[in-house]
Design a protein around this ligand. Sequence first.
Ligand code: SF4
Ligand code: SF4
Length: 81
Amino acid sequence: MKKKYIFMIGIFVILTALLSISQSRIFVETNSCVGCGDCVDVCPVDAIQIVDGKSVIDAEKCILCEICIHSCTYDAIRKNK
Ligand code: SF4
Ligand code: SF4
C-alpha cells in the first residue's frame, strides 16, 4: 500500500514538472525594448527578429536557453514560470 502511494506521488511530481516546462515561455517587454539587436546576435537558434524596432521571439524555435535574457541590458526579456 505504501509503495503504491509513493508511486502515485512520483507520477504526480513528474507530470507537474512536465506541465511546468511546457508552459514556460520567453517573452519581450515591448515597452522596454529599444531594438538594439543584441539578443538577435546571441540566440543560438535564430529565434529572434527585430520587427518594427522591437524584438520578437519565435516560440516555436525557442529552446528556452535564456541566453537572450542575460544579453539584454534593458531588462526587456523575461521568462514566465
Ligand atoms: S537586447 Fe533587449 S533591448 Fe535589445 S533588441 Fe533585444 S530585447 Fe530589445
Ligand atoms: S531563450 Fe535562447 S533560444 Fe529562446 S529566444 Fe532566447 S536565446 Fe533564443
